[in-house]
Design a protein around this ligand. Structure first.
Ligand SMILES: NC(=O)c1ccc[n+]([C@@H]2O[C@H](COP(=O)([O-])OP(=O)(O)OC[C@H]3O[C@@H](n4cnc5c(N)ncnc54)[C@H](O)[C@@H]3O)[C@@H](O)[C@H]2O)c1
Length: 256
């Protein structure tokens, strides 16, 4: 018999080795899920796994580059062998660099779209079949408030994150009768290594981030655990009648 928070569920979190992804892994482990921590940074993955196991949770590091369909397939196969089929997929891996659109080139567009949009296509394609077969699944995609309202110097990233929202709504419709929900969480500016990297890599970075924080009604950037709790809700047993939704966790930056 299943309990409201079934400990048997297996979660895969991409980008689980850092920032928001790490906090999502920790939140899901606290909810009794077995967590596959997928990333390209071995040190970051090991740290997330260590934090979860130290708190008596179950976690497995799974090296996985989401820009490679082969790496995704072999990573998912490894999770299947070690923990069981993936019931909960969280697409959190992401990347960007602040740049005016006219300074970007085709290689940059490819990289941004490959990581932020196509990565989620690859993992979703690999993980949905067993969810459909079991009649239960949760997909939670991490987009961004940049997708909802635009964000200066993040034109391609905003477009890729917008694609994540449109894709999620369509998947929510396709999966609606199969017991699989698909939802989106949009962080606003959140204190993570990605945000630090964006600030450090750009001449105008500090200015832009400060302007972002000023634009937030709560006048501060978010903390990764504040995003993770929204993901944990969408991943819960109780959220079974909620699908196709986009929830901003951004101190009121986006209201709709
Ligand atoms: N921090 C913010 O202000 C903010 C705002 C809006 C949305 N987001 C989104 O939240 C998500 C998490 O961002 P974060 O701030 O925690 O960033 P982060 O840089 O701290 O973590 C991102 C993780 O993704 C991993 N990653 C990158 N490319 C990968 C690939 N090809 N395959 C597998 N893993 C890969 C990185 O190694 C890293 O561990 C991203 O999707 C990001 O776009 C962040």
């Amino acid at each position: 018999m299943s309990t409201p928070e079934s400990p048997e569920r297996v979660a895969l979190v991409t980008g689980g080795g850092s920032g928001i992804g790490r906090e999502i892994c920790r939140a899901l482990a606290r909810a009794g899920r077995k967590v596959a921590v997928a990333d390209i940074q071995n040190g970051g993955m090991a740290e997330t796994v260590a934090q979860i196991t130290a708190a008596d949770g179950v976690a497995l590091a799974v090296p996985m580059d989401i820009t490679s369909a082969d790496a995704v397939a072999s990573g998912v196969a490894r999770i299947n062998d070690a923990l069981g089929p993936v019931d909960i997929l969280v697409n959190c891996a992401g990347w960007d660099e602040l740049m005016p659109f006219l300074s970007t080139d085709e290689d940059f567009w490819e990289r941004v779209i490959d990581i932020n949009f196509k990565g989620a296509l690859r993992t979703t394609h690999a993980c949905l079949p067993p969810m459909i077969e079991s009649g239960w699944g949760r997909v939670i995609n991490i987009s961004s408030d940049a997708a909802r309202v635009g964000s200066s110097m993040e034109a391609v990233y905003s477009g890729a994150k917008g694609a994540v929202i449109s894709f999620s709504k369509t998947m929510a419709r396709e999966m609606a009768k199969k017991g699989v929900t698909v939802n989106v969480v949009c962080p606003g500016p959140t204190a993570t290594p990605l945000l630090d990297g964006i600030v450090n890599a750009s001449d105008d970075g500090e200015k832009v981030i400060n302007a972002m924080a000023r634009a937030v009604p709560m006048k501060r950037v978010g903390e990764p655990h504040e995003v993770a709790s929204a993901v944990a809700y969408f991943a819960s047993e109780e959220a079974g009648y909620v699908t196709g939704q986009t929830l901003s966790v951004s101190g009121g930056l986006t209201m709709s």
